[in-house]
Design a protein around this ligand. Structure first.
Ligand SMILES: NC(=O)c1ccc[n+]([C@@H]2O[C@H](COP(=O)([O-])OP(=O)(O)OC[C@H]3O[C@@H](n4cnc5c(N)ncnc54)[C@H](OP(=O)(O)O)[C@@H]3O)[C@@H](O)[C@H]2O)c1
Length: 286
């Protein structure tokens, strides 16, 4: 059997790093691409993993540059993968970004940057790499419970995030849940970006947080991909609240625990298809 090829985005630290670590210590004879936008951060992460895993490493870890916001970077990587392997088995879109709660950037800037990375970036990579995935292969998009569109404020884990009390207008929920093209999801995020610029998010039925909107769009995009690629297994997930730079070290879960659901969806024969998954279980997102 040919070697399985895995690609993990944003893997120089945090949950992506944990995903590569788990894959490399559990899969036999696979090739795992640890990708990062910054070459030196990516290469040092590979080195660190090689050292820490030692002889627990059962698969090869390779670095490749990939800035998910940069279409030409995604194209170069796709061409390289095609030339080197022909096809790939699994794409894990993990790279993501969130402003801190006390960020001073304007709402417009926060919307542009956050949506540019989490939604448009994930789309740029998927547009280039999904066509290379062999029949029966998989896509896992690391989204977030912040992308859930229904009122989560009564949920035990979410109640601490007061931001989850802002709810969406029903028209936005209907648009994302039934999205039959990327255009519809693009329209949703562009409408939010305009409302953020004009400071009319509430009046237009949006929550305040650009991160929430970006992750709702990412979940909707994942499930659209699922409907478009019936020969692949494609899921969105939430890794839980994890101790990384993004959570300023506040998440109670380790990166290994955060990697659990993404790795399960990437490798387990019992994994679902076309779902939003948290702690290995499908949960509603609208
Ligand atoms: N931590 C949590 O509690 C939590 C909860 C729910 C969901 N998530 C999601 O889990 C994923 C990983 O988050 P994390 O907590 O591990 O965050 P993190 O520690 O901040 O790591 C984020 C990773 O994404 C990379 N990245 C950002 N923009 C990129 C770009 N344009 N191109 C390529 N890579 C880029 C970062 O690279 P640089 O080092 O170069 O910046 C870094 O490797 C994200 O999608 C996040 O939204 C996290």
């Amino acid at each position: 059997m040919s070697q399985q090829i895995f690609v993990v985005t944003g893997a120089n630290k945090g949950i992506g790093y944990g995903i590569v670590e788990t894959l490399a210590s559990t899969l036999n004879n696979a090739i795992i691409y640890l990708t990062a936008r910054d070459e030196s951060r990516g290469k040092s992460a590979v080195q660190k993993l090689e050292q820490s895993l030692g002889n627990k490493k059962k698969s090869e870890i390779r670095f490749h540059q990939l800035d998910i916001e940069d279409e030409s970077s995604a194209k170069r990587f796709a061409e390289y993968l095609k030339k080197t392997h022909g096809e790939i088995d699994v794409l894990i879109n993990n790279a993501g970004f969130a402003f801190k709660q006390d960020a001073t950037e304007s709402a417009e800037e926060q919307a542009n940057v956050t949506i540019g990375i989490n939604y448009y970036g994930t789309k740029k990579v998927s547009t280039q790499l999904v066509p290379l995935i062999k029949k029966g292969g998989r896509v896992v998009n690391v989204c977030s419970q912040a992308g859930v569109m229904i009122d989560m404020s009564k949920d035990k884990e979410m109640e601490k995030f007061k931001v989850m009390k802002d709810i969406y207008d029903e028209k936005h929920i209907q648009k994302l849940k039934n999205a039959s093209s990327e255009k519809e999801i693009d329209e949703f995020v562009e409408e939010y970006k305009k409302a953020a610029k004009d400071d009319t998010r509430k009046e237009h039925g949006f929550p305040c947080s650009a991160y929430r909107v970006s992750k709702a769009a990412e979940i909707a995009y994942t499930l659209l991909l699922h409907r478009q690629h019936k020969d692949l297994t494609i899921n969105a997930c939430c890794p839980g609240y994890v101790n990384t730079d993004m959570s300023s070290g506040k998440g109670p879960l380790t990166i290994e625990q955060g990697a659990d659901t993404p790795v399960y969806l990437a490798t387990d024969s019992n994994a679902p298809n076309g779902e939003f998954v948290y702690q290995r279980k499908s949960i509603p997102w609208y």
